[in-house]
Ligand binder design. Structure first.
Ligand code: B12
Ligand code: SF4
Ligand code: SF4
Length: 223
C-alpha cells in the first residue's frame, strides 16, 4: 500500500484509501467470474496533478480527452505492477459509481452541489481510478470523518451561483450551460462560483488555468 501510494504521488495522484467490496458497492468483476476482493481508490488535486499533466505528450497532441488518456497511460502500469486491475472514472456510460466508493472510503460528505466535499480538500478532490485486487484488502481510511457538509449551516455554496442552478432540486445542468453559453466572459468559465464559495480546503482550490481547462471540457462535452 505504501509503495503504491509513493508511486502515485510521484505522478501527481493520491491514494485515498481502500476497502473490501460488498454486494451493494457495485464493484465490477476483475475478469468474468473473478470478483474483486479489494478496491483502492485513486484521486487527485489539480495543484499536484497539473505540473505533471501540463508537460505530458497528451496535453500537446491536440487529440480529444487529453487528461483521461494521460490518466490511463500513467495509472495502468502502476496498478498492474501491484497485480491489480484499474478502472477509471471516465469508463462508460454506464459509469462506475465512484462517488459511492469515495463515501465508503470516508472523509467526504455529499454536498448540496452534487459533488463530494472532503474534510481537508473541500470540493476540490477529483476521483480518477480504482485499482481492483483479487486479494482481500483490509479497510484503509486515512480520513475517517464524515465530511464537512453536515455541520455547515450557512452553506455558502448554495447562494453563489448567479442563476440559481443549484437548489433543493439538485443541479440544473441545462440552466448552468445556458448561462455559460450566453455569457462567454463570465468568471464561471475559469471555475464554478459555487465550488469556490466553499470555505473548506481553500488552499487546494483550482487556479484559473486548471479551472478553465475543466470548465472547457465540461462545456464542450455538453454540445
Ligand atoms: C456524468 C457525470 C457528470 C454529468 C452529469 C452529472 C449528474 N447530474 O449526474 C455532467 C457533465 C453534468 C457533470 C458535470 C460535472 N462534474 Co461530473 N461526473 C460524471 C461522471 C462521469 C458519472 C456520474 C454517474 O453517472 N455515476 C454513476 C452513478 C451510478 O454513480 P454514483 O456515484 O452512485 O452517482 C452519483 C453522481 O451521479 C452524483 N451526482 C448527482 N448529481 C450530481 C451533480 C454534480 C455536479 C456532480 C458532480 C455529481 C452529481 O450523485 C450520485 C449518487 O451519489 C462522474 C465520474 C464517475 N464515474 O462517477 C463525474 C464526477 C461525478 N463529476 C465530477 C465533477 C468535478 C464535475 C464538475 C464539477 C467538473 C467540471 N467543472 O467540469 C462538473 C459540474 C459542472 C460545474 N458547474 O462545475 C467529479 C466529482 C468529484 C467529487 N469531489 O465528488 C466526478 C466524480 C469526476 C471526477 N473526475 O472526479 N458530471
Ligand atoms: S459550503 Fe458548506 S455545504 Fe457547501 S460544500 Fe462547502 S462545506 Fe459543504
Ligand atoms: S458554473 Fe456558474 S452557472 Fe454553473 S453552477 Fe457553477 S456558478 Fe452556477
Amino acid at each position: 500500500m505504501a509503495d503504491i501510494g509513493a508511486a502515485l504521488a510521484r505522478a501527481g495522484f493520491r491514494l485515498l484509501g481502500g476497502f473490501a467490496p460488498e454486494t451493494g458497492d457495485a464493484v465490477p468483476d476483475i475478469a468474468p467470474g473473478g470478483p474483486a476482493a479489494g478496491l483502492m481508490l485513486v484521486g487527485s488535486l489539480s495543484s499536484e496533478l497539473f505540473p505533471h499533466f501540463s508537460q505530458c505528450a497528451e496535453a500537446r497532441d491536440g487529440a480529444p480527452d487529453p487528461l483521461d488518456r494521460h490518466t490511463r497511460r500513467v495509472l495502468t502500469p502502476i496498478a498492474e505492477a501491484a497485480g491489480m486491475t484499474p478502472v477509471f472514472v471516465f469508463d462508460g456510460p454506464p459509469y462506475h459509481p465512484f462517488q459511492r466508493w469515495a463515501l465508503r472510503v470516508g472523509g467526504v460528505s455529499p454536498s448540496p452541489m452534487g459533488l463530494l466535499a472532503h474534510e481537508r480538500f473541500g470540493p476540490w478532490l477529483a476521483l480518477r481510478a480504482a485499482f481492483l485486487s483479487p486479494e482481500r484488502l483490509e479497510a484503509v481510511a486515512p480520513f475517517p470523518g464524515e465530511g464537512p457538509c453536515p455541520p455547515c449551516a450557512d452553506r455558502p455554496c448554495m447562494s453563489a451561483c448567479p442563476v440559481g442552478a443549484l437548489g433543493p432540486g439538485g443541479y440544473d445542468v441545462p440552466l448552468c450551460l445556458a448561462y455559460l453559453s450566453e455569457n462567454p466572459e463570465a468568471s464561471c468559465h475559469t471555475g464554478c462560483l459555487a465550488r469556490h464559495a466553499c470555505p473548506v480546503g481553500r488552499a487546494h482550490a483550482q487556479g484559473a488555468m486548471e479551472g478553465a481547462f475543466h470548465m472547457r471540457a465540461f462545456f464542450k462535452g455538453a454540445f
